[in-house]
Design a protein around this ligand. Structure first.
Ligand code: ATR
Length: 273
């Protein structure tokens, strides 16, 4: 029987996860399908009930349910419990197990380039769900410290508390306070949604240089203003689609036990196959 997978969240109509996973199913000849299912905030419990009633084999979880979903799990893996959020769930006859592939998915492209994280200084823009997994990733790889810059200072403060709890030095500032300080950091990561709508870069890129690594987790458009300007300044660039593909590949491995054809997924994402 065909196995069904899904991504749940809201908004969900622009999600590229169905393209990625369905392309991989086709390439590997798997009798599986992957759908996008809109589950609005406040309707998670009913959404899960529906998923169970169609005997969903597994699902991804995105905004705004990544944290809320934890309550509905029967078991959690270690990354999932450290981060306090899940993006990948398996369903074994109604028993839901949660995983988090965002953290390792974020780290993969850095490791692929053999960039050293240990003892580095990090500037993280944003303090939402994605930023949380990123903080956990830098803590795991023993970065020296993280400056968390967010529009809403309270949310940055809360993320600093989390950073301290998992053993990494951190401080909170507002995004305006970044000013021209970008050159003080080895890694500059955008985990806000700024760029999605072709906005100007979230910070001034004047001091970004060839020693900077600029990682923008916004993947659509691929070349955000932050990336365009940083590239001009000679920085090492890591694209948001790389994290998207890595977390998807890791979810694929959890569900199907096999490595995903990365190039097929990449083509589905960038070539619109
Ligand atoms: P995600 O799960 O993708 O991290 P999120 O939890 O909604 O999504 O977080 C979105 C992040 O983008 C937040 O850091 C948010 O800042 P606030 O905490 O101040 O809301 C940031 N963000 C979104 N739109 C922004 C804007 N126009 N200017 C500055 N920051 C913005």
């Amino acid at each position: 029987m065909t196995k069904t997978y899904a991504v749940i969240g809201d908004p969900i109509d622009h999600s590229l996860s169905p393209n990625i996973h369905n392309a991989a199913f086709k390439e590997l000849g798997l009798d599986c399908t992957y759908i996008a299912y809109r589950v609005p905030k406040g309707e998670l419990e009913a959404g899960i009930k529906s998923l169970k009633s169609i005997n969903i084999a597994g699902f991804n979880v995105t905004i705004p349910h990544k944290i809320e979903m934890i309550k509905h799990l029967d078991s959690l893996d270690e990354d999932c419990s450290v981060i306090g959020a899940t993006n990948t769930v398996t369903n074994d006859n109604g028993k839901l197990s949660g995983y988090n592939t965002d953290m390792e998915g974020f780290l993969d492209p850095i490791k692929k380039r053999e960039l050293a994280i240990k003892d580095s200084k990090v500037l993280l823009l944003g303090a939402g769900g994605a930023a949380r997994a990123i903080v956990a990733g830098f803590a795991k790889e023993k970065a020296h410290n993280i400056t968390i810059a967010n529009r809403t200072k309270e949310k940055a403060n809360a993320l600093v508390q989390f950073a301290h709890k998992i053993g990494i030095e951190a401080k909170a500032i507002t995004i305006n306070e970044v000013a021209e300080s970008a050159s003080e950091y080895s890694f500059i990561v955008n985990a806000t949604s700024i760029g999605l709508k072709n906005e100007p870069a979230p910070i001034s890129t004047k001091s970004i240089n060839e020693k900077s690594v600029v990682y923008d987790i916004v993947y659509m458009p691929m070349n955000t203003e932050l990336i365009k300007q940083s590239k001009k300044n000679g920085a090492t660039i890591i694209y948001g689609y790389e994290m998207l593909l890595s977390q998807a590949a890791r979810a694929f491995k959890i569900w199907h036990g096999i490595d995903v054809p990365y190039e097929t997924m990449k083509k589905a994402l960038l070539g619109g196959v």
